[in-house]
Design a protein. Structure first.
Length: 247
């Protein structure tokens, strides 16, 4: 079982769009997938029409295997299950930081799902905290959408620095360009600079800025279900192949 996180220390860059479309691409390719919605806002569950867990979770959520597995829901797609966002994720960070061995807690919890899934995808909230450290340690790959703009470039550098300072393996980072606009000179220049600075971190995949991706909210479904041959669908398929090569 491989664990793949969709992560960025920046909000609104396409983490959830990536999680949802990668999960769907994987299930279509015959893999058994569990998508964990770790963001209390519950956006990836929303796209898959899975309601947030009503039960208020508590500190035991990730230490109690039964609680964890009981919360998993099916989706409309074969081979694709969802762990909906849980209110307890709001305080998850505080809980993790208080716990002994907190840095590997998530990894232990996810082991409960081993055998049932080929891939566990984590849709993460945006920050560098106890939860992110758990995510980085638990994951085999950390997929990072980067909008090719100056601010995103800066936050990407911060992420790479964090990995170096914490002695986390930087090879786990799989970055790609998200919401890229071919007509923007700044996008092209920033992308080129980032690729040059981090040739091993960036895969050769660019998800374009696409109204089809925006329409996921209207359809409440992955982009491939209503825009089969769109550039965005092709890009997410390519992204999955690129991630698989790294695993
Ligand atoms: N490739 C894209 N093209 C256009 N809009 C996008 C694209 N990816 C994401 N969006 C939109 O940008 C917003 C933020 O995306 P989201 O995936 O929720 O980001 P995050 O999870 O990083 O906060 C959403 O409204 C989404 O529809
Ligand atoms: Mg999100």
């Amino acid at each position: 079982m491989k664990i793949v996180a969709c992560y960025s220390n920046k909000g609104g860059v396409g983490k959830t769009a990536t999680s949802v479309n990668l999960a769907h691409a994987l299930a279509r390719a015959g893999r058994r997938v569990l998508l964990c919605d770790l963001d209390p806002q519950g956006a990836s569950g929303f796209y898959f029409r899975v309601k947030p867990s009503k039960k208020l979770g508590d500190d035991r959520f990730f230490t109690d295997v039964k609680r964890f597995t009981d919360a998993i829901r099916g989706s409309d797609f074969d081979g694709l299950d969802i762990l909906p966002a849980n209110m307890s994720f709001r305080d998850f960070d505080i809980f993790l930081s208080r716990m002994k061995n907190s840095r590997s807690r998530l990894k232990k919890a996810l082991k409960a799902a081993q055998g049932d899934y080929d891939v566990v995808l984590l849709d993460c909230p945006p920050n560098i905290s106890a939860l992110s450290e758990n995510v980085f340690r638990a994951s085999d790959a950390v997929v990072v959408p980067v909008i090719p703009t100056t601010l995103s470039e800066r936050t990407f550098e911060q992420l790479v620095d964090f990995f170096r300072d914490e002695k986390l393996p930087r090879k786990k980072i799989v970055a790609f360009f998200s919401m890229a606009q071919a007509t923007k000179k700044l996008h092209a220049e920033t992308a080129e600079r980032l690729r040059k600075a981090h040739p091993k971190r960036f895969v050769d995949v660019t998800v374009p800025f696409s109204t089809e991706v925006e329409k996921m909210g209207v359809h409440r479904a992955p982009v491939a279900t209503f825009a089969k041959s769109s550039p965005a669908t092709e890009a997410y398929d390519a992204l999955w192949r690129a991630v698989a090569e790294r695993l």
